[in-house]
Design a protein around this ligand. Structure first.
Ligand SMILES: Nc1ncnc2c1ncn2[C@@H]1O[C@H](COP(=O)(O)OP(=O)(O)OP(=O)(O)O)[C@@H](O)[C@H]1O
Length: 662
């Protein structure tokens, strides 16, 4: 059992951000950190102790030596190892893990250390494989092979938890690994936020698998001499930083990334919390809640030597986040891992009648050749392409569906608008009717004076004050010269008279009698005093015709608008239909590509089965060879023994001078 080792590292403050006169400050003394008021008094309850605390004066090498070096040594000796950087955005995680030209980070230092150590370990032979992956928006992408994305996590008895389909490169030198790391960095997701010009938008895991076997055992023909093979996994992890959306100013893609980052870090926090509790309270550990915790499962409470470097931004504005990081670190400190060397069991050893690692390398080469020969690589490429195509068309389909939905909404809004316009038109028409009615009050009544109507007002009903007696000629037949016009003539053209057709058109064939309006019972209005009533009506014909004209123009305008809207609506509808058709055909293409994909997958599986069969045969052949060679050794031994015995007998016989014929 071994505790996780936890270190805290402060990055240098940004030059503009610190104001020593008013800011609270973090103080580092040995391996203790505490928060102080500007005048230096410690703030109670904010003090933490860790295995190591590195202030801003520490270089990456100074962090590496006490914290990581021992993990690398252990990994070379067959123990799993993990180191990861945790902290809020812009606190220096990537700087710690990757470093710079002048101050290389933990990953390049570890790579160099691995190769220099194995070079010095002359009694063992090593085989090193590396892989580099990122978890971006909860999907695993291979950083060493562009396009190798959305990889699944599998678990098996032999391999434990692993990422299926991830490229593993056999490497012989640190330079080769550094080149691969550069390639991976190019493929990794970075983005600019308010807090960091080059913010990591994904968690990355750089992995080295170190296999080794004692040199003597590989050269020895004697099976019993053979020693176990050690296989260890070293994970070097650069987590994306937790971030407050308000501070980073993230929107769009950045926002989506931020949410995924925060969620997976929260799950990591939950796992750490659970693991930090004592055995009985612990309960279920939610490793499966995120890809990050699933992959790091062995490093958290499992079989691994683990170090966590918690990076902290020292500025006053980040104090709350820094406290969060330190609390996370304190909990992580309580976790105990169960570390043991990983040795491959004796069943494998029986087969090692020659240099096992060499043979493994050879086998890998053979398998690779076989795979190439069986076009599996080509097939894999096809599958990869199909998967990408499928992904693309799914994205396209989603986009189309969204567009369709928007069109639908726009259509509904248009329909509403049209209805609204129709209503307005109807209101306007009825308004026209009533206005015209007020002007074209039955000509026969025109001779009636206000005094005549006083009898009506006596019954307490409304009489319009704008009433004007109009001449009998007010509504007249349309002159023949207007019959050829495309549009109705304007009302000014009539002077004091209105055309009968236009009249009908405006009133939709319904002529309202003003007297009918006057008798509307609901409107309670004081009758105008008869003596105040002017003998001449207030509404003159000019004002009436102007009003009519403006109403007609308004009517025309609304009608045009309505037409334009109808046209737009029709276009939208056609577009919608087209989109639907496109969507349908895309669905067709998608299901076709899925089928093809299935077929290819089946072919691949068949090929893999064959490959496994061949491997099995190879194993059996090896067993046979082993058996034969043992038999051979035994028989040779017997022969030698027989020969020695014969020699002894013949010498004895010679000594006894017994004639000997053979
Ligand atoms: N110890 C350090 N010494 C000098 N500069 C540092 C140190 N730590 C961080 N920096 C600088 O601070 C900035 C932010 O650091 P970095 O990108 O490593 O943060 P991060 O925690 O990885 O952020 P994110 O989570 O957004 O990716 C960089 O410009 C980096 O060079």
């Amino acid at each position: 059992m071994e505790k996780i080792s936890v270190a805290v590292r402060f990055r240098p403050p940004t030059p503009t951000a610190v104001d020593p006169s008013s800011d609270r400050i973090w103080k580092v003394e040995d391996n203790r950190i505490s928060l102080h008021w500007p005048l230096g008094t410690p703030i109670s309850g904010v003090s933490f102790a860790f295995d190591y605390v590195f202030d801003q004066s520490y270089s990456n090498t100074m962090v590496y030596d006490p914290l990581i070096k021992s993990i690398i040594r252990a990994a070379i000796n067959g123990f799993n190892g993990t180191a990861f950087a945790y902290g809020q955005t812009s606190s220096g995680k990537t700087f710690t893990m990757n470093g710079s030209e002048e101050d290389p980070g933990i990953i390049p230092l570890a790579v160099k250390d691995v190769f220099s150590t194995i070079e010095m370990t002359t009694d063992r032979e090593f085989l090193i494989r590396v892989s580099y992956m990122e978890i971006y928006n909860e999907e695993i992408n291979d950083l060493l092979t562009l396009g190798n994305q959305k990889l699944p996590i599998h678990e098996s008895l032999e391999r434990g938890i692993y990422v299926a389909g991830l490229r593993e490169e056999i490497v012989n030198s640190s330079e080769q690994v550094i080149e691969l790391l550069k390639l991976g960095e190019e493929n990794r997701h970075f983005g600019e936020t308010n807090m960091n010009a080059r913010s990591s938008r994904s968690h990355t895991i750089f992995r080295m698998v170190i296999e080794s076997s004692a040199r003597d055992s590989m050269e020895s023909e004697d099976v019993s001499n053979a020693e176990a093979i050690r296989v260890s996994v070293l994970n070097l992890v650069d987590l994306a930083g937790s971030e407050r959306i308000a501070k980073t100013g993230a929107g769009g893609a950045r926002l989506k990334e931020g949410k995924h980052i925060n969620k997976s870090l929260m799950i990591l926090g939950n796992v750490i919390n659970k693991l930090s509790e004592s055995g009985k309270q612990r309960g279920h550990i939610p490793y499966r809640d995120s890809k990050l915790t699933r992959i790091l499962q062995p490093a958290l409470g499992g079989n691994s030597k683990t170090s966590i470097i918690c990076t902290v931004a020292p500025e006053e504005v980040h104090i709350e986040e820094s406290r969060g990081t330190l609390q996370f670190a304190s909990r992580a400190k309580r976790i105990t891992n169960c570390v043991q060397v990983n040795e491959v069991g004796p069943s494998v050893l029986i087969l090692t009648d020659a240099a096992l690692l060499k043979r493994q390398k050879q086998e890998i080469e053979e398998l690779r050749e076989k795979l190439q020969g069986s076009h599996s690589e080509v097939l894999e490429q096809v599958i990869l392409k199909q998967r990408n195509d499928m992904h693309k068309s799914e994205l396209e389909r989603e986009k189309l569906a969204m567009e369709l939905e928007e069109e639908r909404k726009r259509r509904a809004a248009l329909e509403l608008c049209i209805k609204d316009q129709q209503k307005k038109l109807e209101d306007l028409s009825s308004l026209c009717t009533s206005d015209y009615a007020s002007v074209s009050i039955q000509p026969k009544k025109s001779s009636r004076t206000m005094l005549d109507d006083a009898s009506v007002s006596k019954h307490n009903v409304l009489r319009t004050p704008n009433f004007k007696a109009v001449g009998d000629d007010f509504v007249m037949k349309r002159p023949s010269c207007f019959m050829e016009l495309d549009s109705s003539p304007t009302l000014e053209a009539f002077g004091n008279t209105a055309d009968e057709d236009l009249w009908m058109q405006l009133n939709k064939g319904c002529i309202t009698d003003l007297d009918m309006l006057q008798l509307t019972p609901d409107i309670k209005c004081q009758p105008l005093p008869l003596f105040d009533m002017p003998h001449e009506p207030v509404l003159n014909e000019d004002a009436g015709s102007k009003r009519c004209h403006s109403l007609a123009t308004e009517c025309d305008f609304i009608r045009q608008q309505l037409e334009a809207l109808r046209e737009k609506y029709n276009i939208m509808e056609t577009e919608c239909t087209l989109l639907n058709e496109e969507n349908f055909s895309l669905f067709g293409a998608l299901s076709l590509s899925k089928q093809e994909n299935e077929q290819i997958r089946a072919e691949k599986e068949e090929l893999l089965d064959k490959l496994n069969e061949e491997k099995q045969k190879l194993k059996e052949l090896k067993k046979d060879i082993q058996r034969f060679s043992l038999e051979f050794v035994k028989k040779t031994g017997l022969q030698v023994a027989l020969h020695t015995k014969l020699k002894e007998v013949s010498e004895k016989m010679k000594a006894l001078k017994v004639p000997c014929d053979g």
